[in-house]
Design a protein around this ligand. Structure first.
Ligand code: NDP
Ligand code: PMR
Length: 402
């Protein structure tokens, strides 16, 4: 599945608002095409080449925008003060995968405002507790609740426990994800779905659907459901054209249950871990838009997605080969200039979750070189309304909602 450099370059120049104002020399793409072997880029055959490419290419930078949560607060419920002004209780935000990387940085950024109580929805309690402590979060600002997105029973259990807690529920951030770029064979969730789509998409789909009513009932001024997307799921970008490219095809694999009997891939093809991740991100972005179409007008909930930048240091790449993990951060810092720190990315996601200026629904946010957030364009597939409807309908059958 070679990258077609000639076909790719014009699109890279014309579209890429978020990733690169680029001067990525064509020869790199040619070489990338020739030597990229499916998902295991930077692997053995590719490593020598990328080292030499590092020194001979450049891209211009995109910088971050500062995130600010500016909602005022007092504990407990919304109420009128003596002056007659309305003050707000702390918002409650559930963040999945808050035990590391982007989720942790977002939890920290929101906790620091003092205006949010963060429910860290994590599969490993101890890891989450250590993570919260490591970034200086204080007890009164967070609660850890167990959630394993790779088990629909666990998702349901989480929702039951949350409902029983009788906390208000204002914002859900679907952030957790897994990525298996070097896997030769698929692995599966408790219910037998391929693990990356099962976790990143189906687990979050069920969670968001089950929590929607609680969010509807919230009296918080800005209720939001944020689903983290990515540039690599968008084939209208250079990054999205690095093979294997996202492609949901006619959804026959998804309809077949992703259980590996017919296929473990959404498009019904052979297993490819990197593609499965990118496909899952397309599902995330389609799901956000379908939520918007179905519920925004009636509920006032803001549904949004984002590409937070390339946070090349996170645990997302833990399954990648060591050489990739070594070279990826400098590649993103110095070559693509798409790199952002975990802290900066956390501020971006915190902004999308809480900033009063980002209440628009149905939007995919990115950040430009002037440090400003902007509504970015999704690829054709990631904005295909008909596909979004089908993904929704098949997904609700798979998770037992229909
Ligand atoms: P990390 O690996 O650091 O964080 C992923 C989190 O998801 C971890 O906290 C992990 O928990 C959690 N998680 C994984 N599986 C499950 C599960 N079954 N149940 C519950 N939680 C689970 O990666 P990032 O911070 O980079 O990724 C966060 C989001 O950002 C993802 O949606 C990713 O797609 C997106 N993203 C990342 C980019 C990047 O460059 N890194 C770029 C664009 C988007 P544990 O700590 O237990 O492993
Ligand atoms: Mg990519 C031109 C800009 C750009 C950006 C912004 C990213 C982001 N990447 C870019 C370009 C390239 N990448 C090029 C030219 C190559 C070939 C050398 C390349 C390769 C590459 C690999 C092998 N990139 C990767 C990988 C991964 O394994 C990462 C991935 O796809 O994870 C799913 C990845 C990423 N590049 C990004 C971003 C944000 C990622 C990772 C995470 C994600 O999308 O969630």
């Amino acid at each position: 599945m070679a990258l077609q450099a000639a076909a790719l370059l014009p699109s890279a120049f014309s579209i890429s608002k978020e990733g690169c104002n680029l001067l990525l020399f064509p020869h790199i793409l040619g070489k990338v095409g020739a030597s990229l072997k499916d998902s295991i880029l930077f692997g053995k055959s590719f490593s020598d080449q990328i080292k030499s490419d590092f020194s001979s290419s450049s891209l211009k930078i995109k910088k971050a925008v500062r995130a600010q949560a500016v909602i005022t607060t007092t504990p407990s419920v919304n109420r009128a003060t003596a002056e007659g002004k309305k003050t707000l209780r702390k918002g409650t935000v559930v963040i999945t995968g808050a035990s590391s990387g982007l989720g942790l940085a977002t939890a920290k950024a929101l906790a620091e405002t003092g205006k949010w109580h963060i429910i860290m929805a994590c599969r490993d309690f101890l890891r989450a507790e250590r993570a919260a402590k490591s970034v200086g979060m204080t007890k009164e600002n967070y609660t850890i609740m167990h959630l394993d997105l790779a088990s629909l029973d666990s998702v349901r259990q989480f929702v039951d426990t949350f409902k029983r807690s009788e906390r208000p529920f204002d914002v859900l951030v679907c952030n957790a994800a897994v990525y298996f770029p070097t896997a030769k064979e698929p692995t599966f969730t408790a219910e037998g779905f391929e693990l990356s789509v099962g976790t990143n998409h189906l687990g979050h789909f069920l969670l968001a659907r089950l929590l929607l009513d609680d969010m509807k009932q919230s009296d918080y001024p800005s209720k939001r459901l944020i689903i983290v997307g990515s540039i690599t799921g968008n084939t209208n970008t250079l990054a999205g054209n690095v093979p294997p490219k996202a492609n949901l095809g006619d959804l026959r694999g998804l309809a077949g249950g992703l259980n590996g009997l017919a296929s473990s891939m959404i498009d019904g093809g052979d297993f490819d871990g990197a593609k499965a991740y990118k496909d899952s991100k397309v599902c995330n972005m389609l799901t956000m838009q379908e939520f918007h179409r179905r519920y925004h007008e009636d509920t006032g909930i803001t549904f949004a997605s984002l590409y937070p930048g390339c946070i090349a240091t996170t645990g997302l790449f833990r399954e990648h080969i060591p050489l990739f993990r070594l070279l990826f951060p400098p590649f993103q810092k110095f070559i693509t200039k798409g790199f952002v720190s975990e802290e900066e990315a956390g501020k971006r996601l915190a902004q999308v979750a809480s900033d009063p200026s980002l209440t628009k629904s149905g939007v995919y946010w990115s950040w430009n070189k002037d440090s400003a957030s902007f509504e970015n364009q999704l690829s054709q597939e990631a904005s295909d309304a008909e596909k979004a409807r089908k993904v929704w309908e098949i997904s609700e059958k798979l998770v037992g909602l229909a």
